[in-house]
Structures are given as C-alpha cells and as structure tokens.
Design a protein around this ligand. Sequence first.
Ligand SMILES: NC(=O)c1ccc[n+]([C@@H]2O[C@H](COP(=O)([O-])OP(=O)(O)OC[C@H]3O[C@@H](n4cnc5c(N)ncnc54)[C@H](OP(=O)(O)O)[C@@H]3O)[C@@H](O)[C@H]2O)c1
Length: 266
Amino acid sequence: MTTALITGASSGIGAVYARRLAARGYDLVLVARAASRLKALAEELRDAHGVTIEVIAADLVVDLELEPVLQRLRSNPQIDILVNNAGTGLIGDFAAADPAKMTNLLRLNVVATTMLASAAIIGMVERGNGAIINVASALAFQPEYLRGIYAATKSYVMTLTQSLAAEVTSKGVYVQAVLPGATRTEIFERSGGDISKVANLMEVEDLVDAALVGFDRKELITIPPLPDLATWEAFEQARGVLASGCFNSQPAARYRIGQRDLRRDS
Ligand SMILES: NC(=O)c1ccc[n+]([C@@H]2O[C@H](COP(=O)([O-])OP(=O)(O)OC[C@H]3O[C@@H](n4cnc5c(N)ncnc54)[C@H](OP(=O)(O)O)[C@@H]3O)[C@@H](O)[C@H]2O)c1
C-alpha cells in the first residue's frame, strides 16, 4: 500500500487530489487547518474506497504546528507521495501590502513548502523512490499580471522543483511542479479577490485529472491549460541558450566603459 500526504486537503485542488488518490487505493494523510472539513472528507473516502486516512489539523505558518507534519513525513508508515499544495494568495499592490499578511504568505507558499519537501525527500532518497508534487502557478510566467508577491512565491516553487529534479531524479525520486491557471476554488475569495471577475476558469476536477496525467507521464512541469506543449519546449530551449551565456568572467562588450567615457571620468 502506498501513502500520500496532501497539504491543503480541506478544499479546492487538495481535496480533489485526496479524492483521486483515494480512488487509486492510496492511504492518505490529510493536512489543513479546518479539522471538521478534513474529518468529513476522511469519512467519505474511507467509506468509498476502504483506505486508511489520518488527519492532521495544522496551521503550516505556525512553527509549532508545522513540526508534527514534518515529523509525520519522516516517520512510518512511510510517505510515498507528498502533494505540497497548501497555499494562498494576496490581492493588491506591493506598496500597500500589510507586512504581516506578506510574511504569512511567504511562510505558507515558500517556507512551509520548502521544509515539507525537505522532510519528505530524505527518506525518499534513502529508499530510492517516492514523489513530490509541488503546486505552483502559471502566474510564475506572468508576474506583471498580478501585483504583489504571489507570482514570485509561485516562481520560487517552480524553480525549486527544477533544481530538486536535477538533484534527485537519478536517485529514483520523481518531482513534479503543477502550474494551474485560474481554477474554480475558494482561493479568490480567501485572497481578497472576486471569482466572478475571473475569466477562463478551469473546473478543479479537470485541473487535477490533467495534472495526474502529467504525473503518470512523469512530467517535470505540468501546465494543464497550455494547449501546445511546443510552446513550453521552445521556452525551455531559449532558457538553455540564455543560461549558457550568463557565466562569463568578463562583462559583455555593451557594458564596457568606452575610451571616451574614461577620459571624461579622469
Ligand atoms: N485556484 C487557482 O486559480 C490556483 C491557480 C494557481 C495555483 N493555485 C495554487 O493551488 C494551491 C491550492 O489552492 P486552491 O486553489 O485549491 O485554493 P483553496 O480552495 O483556497 O485551498 C487552499 C488550501 O490550503 C489550505 N491552507 C490555507 N492556508 C493554510 C495554512 N496556513 N495552513 C495549512 N493549510 C492552509 C486551506 O485549508 P484551511 O483553510 O482548512 O487551512 C485549503 O485546504 C495553492 O498553492 C494555490 O496557490 C491555485
């Protein structure tokens, strides 16, 4: 039997991952703050699929509550899949943002996501198998669209996943970043937005089902709404060309101070 730990399982994308993985026969550990919603989901999935379900009610931005989740990832029965999904947004300008809300967002989307992956990966590398699904966002490609720090946190999740893949794929551990576009969940209202103003919403079941197709194919980056995979491949190829030019010992010619500038400076 395989066990998956899903953060943010009380609603939206995480709850659908829980339903889909339970239907595949996985035992689950469900994590979020809303204990009553987690317990109701656990009961539903035990009845429907006969799987074992643990519930950990935890606010992942609070160190004392994050710690038991990290401990669970390091203990037995082993966690074979971490769905690193809990996250939230923050609508509004960077210049006007409440520092406490920004700190919470960073703690959840960046710090908790990183520490959960760290706790999970040690055992996975030792065992030579396991998987981590990190839920990022297509806004990683469009930081100008939404002001504030949300896109930057999701860009971090994507690059962390790419870096992790370079480290652990050869050790038998699979990592995937899922980049949803706008998906019909509670995140808009929770972040101070208005879902009725959001265009081209994807239904959350469609998003997770597509992400799981990417998972089964062992894709590193899965972008469910992107119609043409060649777009992503061209982007990656261009990134490789750019990166190969970024590590020279001398500044590029266009940044060298010309003779005329030197005379003027002396
Ligand atoms: N929906 C979209 O359009 C969209 C697009 C791109 C990426 N995403 C990403 O998808 C992931 C899931 O979001 P969603 O769209 O499914 O939104 P959602 O319905 O609001 O779900 C967020 C989940 O995270 C949990 N959570 C929030 N704060 C938490 C905290 N401090 N500690 C523990 N759990 C916490 C929530 O549960 P509790 O309130 O019970 O704690 C809930 O289960 C997020 O990482 C989000 O950034 C969403």
